[in-house]
Design a protein. Structure first.
Length: 95
C-alpha cells in the first residue's frame, strides 16, 4: 500500500488522500484497500454483536476475536484453538 495514504469516514462519506506520484493501478489498489478498511471498522461493532448473538442462540462456544478479511473463495472460517472467527468482507454487502 502507498505510504502517506489516508482514509477517514465523516458524516457517512469516505475521504481518501493519496500521494500524487502514484500510477493509476496503485491508486486503484490503495483506494480499494483503504475503503475496505474504513467500511470494516464502521460495521465492526454491530457485526460482532450479531456474531455473539448467533453464537449464544445456536452454539455457545467461547469466541476470542471476530475479524473481517478479504477472501477469494470462502465466506468465513474459525479456529477453535485461537477462538477466532474470520468473515469475508463481501458479506458486508449481503442482505
Amino acid at each position: 500500500m502507498a505510504k502517506n495514504a489516508r482514509v477517514c469516514l465523516r458524516n457517512g462519506n469516505v475521504f481518501v488522500t493519496l500521494p500524487q506520484a502514484l500510477d493509476e493501478k496503485s491508486k486503484e489498489h490503495a483506494v480499494s484497500v483503504l475503503c475496505r478498511k474504513v467500511m470494516s471498522k464502521a460495521v465492526m461493532p454491530s457485526l460482532v454483536e450479531k456474531v455473539y448473538a448467533l453464537n449464544r442462540a445456536h452454539f455457545n462456544f467461547d469466541i476470542g476475536k471476530v475479524s473481517i478479511r478479504q477472501a477469494s473463495s470462502i465466506w468465513g472460517s474459525c479456529n477453535p484453538k485461537t477462538k477466532r472467527i474470520n468473515l469475508n468482507f463481501t458479506l458486508l454487502f449481503a442482505p
